[in-house]
Design a protein around this ligand. Structure first.
Ligand code: SF4
Length: 332
């Protein structure tokens, strides 16, 4: 049976359930790279160009992990997923970067997703991918329908407040069996940033789990519905044409404005050009509405003490603030 490798990086956390269903329905075995670890990080750093951001370097490490184990590697070229919008240039060129940086690769399936003008090209991209794997139109159509359903179930879970790392594990279950009711949480924190920064547990040193184990409810941009994101991002004086930037800003603005959170942790990756704009927008909004904000920049260091101290201090400050509601730090 043909084997396709799916690197556990970049948009893995956004689309994996859909990709998995599609390929499995076509009778193809999928192999996912292991969770990010020190070897993957180091091989990514040594095989990628120095100028790339950290998530792209880590992605190279995941490709290195897979390259001798599979017949193909799936790296879709996600150019645009919404009308008149784009993804980051490093995402657009990801298959080319990988091809140029890593030797002896199996063929890369770089299905192009470009919905900037219309959705019509999307279906063609899906059918072309199936054709490449020797499947006929009807087989691909059936697999695509199932994949769509799977994606709907996955996004349903996210909208119910399940974080993607958990949703990926449970999305196959019968939904009525899933208990969404949560215990009373002392604080609610929004963790904002790109999905690959929030859900790669090695990269962010288990931030989400650490917060949850401190009885904190965590909200991430993936849990906010698209209409709300559009409504709030439209309040910017200039239209945001990066889809993922719009998601970050719109979701953060909505929770800040509706005063639904006690604080915001922005997870930024070292070398991210987009974040240099987005962090400032979210921070200014948080300061204006008197919501505590902290920025954690993720880099290649692997010591946990620094991040733990920052999280503890941030949580203490919010608890202190809740006890004395008039207390607003001079540094916000
Ligand atoms: S948005 Fe930032 S982190 Fe993501 S690929 Fe682009 S530069 Fe890298």
């Amino acid at each position: 049976m043909c084997k396709i490798g799916i690197p556990r990086g970049m948009f893995f956390y956004d689309y994996f359930p859909m990709w998995k269903e599609f390929f499995q329905e076509l009778g193809i075995e999928i192999i996912v790279s292991s969770k990010t670890n020190k070897e993957i990080l180091n091989s990514g750093i040594s095989s990628c160009v120095d100028e790339a951001c950290l998530p792209v370097k880590i992605f190279h490490g995941h490709v290195q992990y897979l390259k001798d184990k599979v017949d193909y590697i799936f790296i879709p070229r996600i150019m645009s997923i919404d009308k008149m919008e784009y993804c980051c240039p490093k995402v657009l060129g990801l298959p080319d970067m990988v091809r140029c940086s890593i030797e002896k690769l199996p063929p890369i399936i770089d299905t192009q997703i470009n919905l900037r003008k219309s959705n019509t090209k999307y279906k063609k991209a899906i059918y072309d991918t199936g054709k490449l794997l020797g499947k006929d139109f009807w087989e691909v159509k059936k697999a695509y329908k199932k994949a769509e359903k799977s994606y709907e179930r996955y996004t349903y879970l996210l909208n119910k407040g399940v974080v993607p790392i958990e949703a990926i594990k449970i999305y196959d279950k019968v939904f009525k069996d899933i208990n969404y009711s949560s215990r009373h949480n002392e604080l609610t924190i929004m963790v904002v940033g790109h999905s690959y920064a929030i859900y790669d547990e090695y990269l962010n040193m288990n931030l989400v789990s650490k917060l949850m184990s401190n009885n904190i409810k965590v909200i991430t941009p993936e849990m906010i519905n698209k209409d709300k994101i559009n409504r709030y991002s439209n309040k910017l004086p200039k239209r945001m044409f990066w889809t993922h930037g719009k998601k970050i800003v719109g979701s953060a603005f909505s929770l800040i404005k509706e005063q639904k959170i006690d604080g915001i942790i922005y997870l930024s990756s070292f070398g991210c050009g987009m974040d240099s704009v987005l962090v400032d927008l979210v921070e200014r909004k948080a300061i204006k509405e008197e919501i505590p904000f902290t920025l954690l920049t993720l880099d290649e260091q692997t010591g946990e003490a620094g991040i733990n101290t920052r999280i503890e201090a941030f949580i203490d400050m919010m608890k202190w603030r809740n006890r004395d509601e008039n207390n607003i730090s001079a540094f916000r």
